[in-house]
Design a protein around this ligand. Structure first.
Ligand SMILES: Cc1cc2nc3c(=O)[nH]c(=O)nc-3n(C[C@H](O)[C@H](O)[C@H](O)COP(=O)(O)OP(=O)(O)OC[C@H]3O[C@@H](n4cnc5c(N)ncnc54)[C@H](O)[C@@H]3O)c2cc1C
Length: 475
């Protein structure tokens, strides 16, 4: 089967599902202009999957915006530096029950079933190409190079979005529901230890999420801070691009060996997580955060096989200082000088860090407002997460916030503690997207409840036109 034939098959499959039926949502009028039923912020895999999910539910008055140029959404071709995805190839994510929309059918359309057998993990660039195809074949309504700056709630269930970018010349969008599908850092920010920010000029370091001028590091000696998969990806990327030495520094004395996600994928933990009690949710995520994900074996082997690779275990950075063109790092094992540092220390989740939420942030319930964890599980990083509804909606600390936050959904990494793996890993998406879509549908329905019920009671369209004999009527 060719890609063209696959495109046809997708369309056939969708027509079998009666996809594209008449929308049911009551249109909202507003003097300022068009009101979208839902605006999805972020056109990565989550945003695209959510858009398809809503369209499947005949919620079609929607728009996706993304700050990046078309085809450059998410980390895959911007700052991710791994060779392949870390997740097993067979995981499904955003096809939402339509087999012809899976990565596998897209891959087999080009490489045949044998090509699928030969494939080990999904190459990073191919994953992005799949997302580009998915968007195109589904004709999803995405506008690129538009950035959300602020969400301004106007009244219960209506938000004015302040956006920048040529795609929306007015700079404003009106939306009843807003989904923040803003990515892994979209619930807070990437973390750089304050020590580094305070003591080093920015020319001496970059976070893994930033562009790195690798050409300028040819023949140089660099350090990578952190023991997660991205550290080894970045070390490998640097060494394969002509960097002479890459030293990875890990605080732990041993590398983590267990990947809790693999356990969760097979045990019902991902799909059933939202049904757990708060106590269990917190304990599970605390355990998850403690373990962290190890690098994949191939990533580790790729990086460590370079002669210029060095691993420093049990080596937290106690101090850093600039010495001319060099960054000097102090660990319990001594001082080390480098030409450049790559920081791979993860992210912090906190709605207070998000510019777009600045008008509503103080109302958002955090986990620390709802649950006090026992000492053995307590983790300040978890406490700062928003406490979301099972449908990813922000909850309010007070009465005023209830109206302001109505219709705001957080489908990014910050949903982890409340809703489990969702935007944070492919493994969770196929369970999480339908929950979000269902919550949005319910909310739109209930917002218009009176009107919808009134129309139901008023309904008098004749369907049955049969005639019955006079004697059939009891005298
Ligand atoms: C380096 C890296 C490697 C990963 N590898 C894997 C893996 O192998 N397997 C796995 O399961 N998961 C992996 N993940 C985790 C997860 O799958 C990815 O983070 C994935 O990109 C999440 O998809 P998303 O659509 O939620 O976010 P993204 O893909 O990040 O998309 C969000 C989009 O929203 C845009 N955006 C953000 N804010 C705004 C705004 N204010 N206005 C407009 N647009 C905005 C962003 O620019 C971005 O394009 C990885 C993550 C990273 C960072």
């Amino acid at each position: 089967m060719s890609l063209e034939q696959l495109n046809e098959r997708v369309n056939t499959d969708l027509s079998y599902l009666a996809y594209g039926g008449k929308p049911w949502v009551v249109p909202m009028e507003h003097p300022e202009g068009h009101v979208y039923d839902t605006v999805i912020v972020g056109g990565g895999q989550s945003g695209l999957g959510i858009a398809f999910g809503l369209l499947k539910e005949r919620i079609s008055n929607i728009l996706v915006i993304d700050e990046n140029p078309e085809g450059q959404e998410g980390p895959w071709e911007t700052y991710a530096r791994m060779v392949t995805l870390r997740t097993p190839k067979h995981l499904t994510a955003i096809e939402l029950g339509v087999p012809s929309l899976t990565f596998r059918s897209w891959w087999e359309a080009q490489h045949g079933p044998e090509g699928w057998e030969r494939l080990d993990k999904i190459p990073r660039g191919d994953w992005m190409n799949y997302l580009r195809w998915y968007r195109k074949v589904l004709k999803l309504p995405v506008v690129n190079e538009v950035k959300l700056g602020l969400i301004e709630p106007l009244e219960r269930g209506l938000h004015r979005l302040h956006v920048e970018g040529a795609g929306i010349p007015s700079g404003k969008l009106l939306a009843r529901k807003v989904v923040l599908a803003t990515g892994i850092q979209g619930g807070g920010e990437w973390h750089i230890p304050p020590l580094i920010k305070e003591k080093l000029p920015s020319r001496l370091y970059a976070h893994t999420s930033e562009p790195i001028d690798i050409g300028a590091l040819q023949g140089k000696k660099i350090a990578v801070l952190g023991g997660g998969a991205s550290s080894f990806d970045n070390a490998n990327f640097a060494l394969s691009n002509g960097v002479a030495e890459a030293h990875v520094f890990v605080r732990r004395k041993e590398m983590p060996r267990i990947n809790p996600i693999r356990q969760m994928e097979g045990s019902g933990m991902i799909e059933r997580f939202p049904s757990l009690s708060d106590e269990d949710k917190y304990a599970v995520m605390s355990h998850f955060f403690k373990h962290n994900q190890p690098p994949t074996n191939d990533t580790y082997e790729r990086a460590t096989s370079w002669p210029g690779f060095r691993l420093h275990l049990g080596s937290p950075w106690l101090d850093v200082e600039a010495d001319g063109d060099q960054a000097v790092v102090t660990t319990p094992h001594g001082k080390f000088s480098f030409d450049f540092l790559i920081i791979s220390t993860g992210l912090i989740t906190d709605p207070g860090l998000r510019q777009e939420l600045r008008q509503v942030e103080k109302h958002i319930v955090r986990w620390s407002d709802r649950y006090i964890a026992p000492a053995e599980a307590a983790n300040a990083l978890l406490d700062a997460h928003p406490y979301l509804s099972p449908g990813f909606e922000f909850q309010s600390r007070d009465q005023v916030g209830k109206d302001l936050l109505h219709g705001l959904y957080s489908f990014n990494y910050s949903a982890m503690v409340s809703c489990g793996l969702s935007a944070s890993a492919l493994s969770g998406m196929r369970f999480a997207i339908p929950k979000l879509v269902s919550a949005i549908g319910d909310s739109l329905f209930h917002d218009d409840r009176e009107q919808i019920l009134a129309k139901f009671y008023e309904y008098d369209e004749v369907e049955f036109v049969g005639k019955w004999p006079k004697e059939a009527v009891a005298q």
